[in-house]
Ligand binder design. Sequence first.
Ligand code: TYD
Length: 227
Amino acid sequence: MTRGRLIVFEGPEGAGKTTQVGLLSAWLAARGVEHLRVREPGGTPLGDEARRLLLDTPGGLDARAEALLFMASRAALVAEVIVPAMARGALVLADRYFLSTYAYQVAGRGLPESEIRAANALATDGLSPDLTLLFSVPAQVRAARAAARGAPDRIERAGDAFHARVERAFAMFLSPNWQAGHPEAGPVVDVNGDGDAAAVFARVRAALGERWPGLFDAAAPAPAPGR
Ligand code: TYD
């Protein structure tokens, strides 16, 4: 059976992952590669409603309710969009997946890791990424990018200490020890997100090329998902 691939883009606020998902999507489209771009939360009717509640609720939201809303959005996205696309052999590019929950809700909010992992296993039905590109950028660069983006959403407003915990968690996910203890995360590689978008995109292609030699070379014909 052909099986597509799930490539996840992760990182703290302002790391530039959304720009890179867009560049990779355009690069694949120019080569006629079947792929799909998704983002969390969102991507289904339930997920879009959860996104509105999660990001736009003016007051507070209980941390457990917040975590479970992210999970509900994820469960719908996995079942209704990602799994069918992968079954067709498509490449799925995901702007955030469950490492964000591990960073924001476990490290950031302080929820118990074992319970979040169990809920996540239910939400994803065990679907692990084939590769996660984790973007790291110096804090000043991220702050400047975030400031340029306009009004912050509810999570962006959570405070410096919260975001420092999130950032430390993402850094920890790169350690071989952490990855050995969290096989559900699949391989997680660091991408230096500092510099202009084209320079970062060259690093993205290099990271993909290292994982799947030949498939992401500039001159190569369309990659064949499933190989
Ligand atoms: P979004 O506007 O997509 O932000 P970004 O461009 O930084 O990806 O908003 C998603 C926000 O939700 C972002 O602040 C990270 C947060 N988030 C969580 O807290 N937990 C999660 O599981 C996910 C997927 C996102």
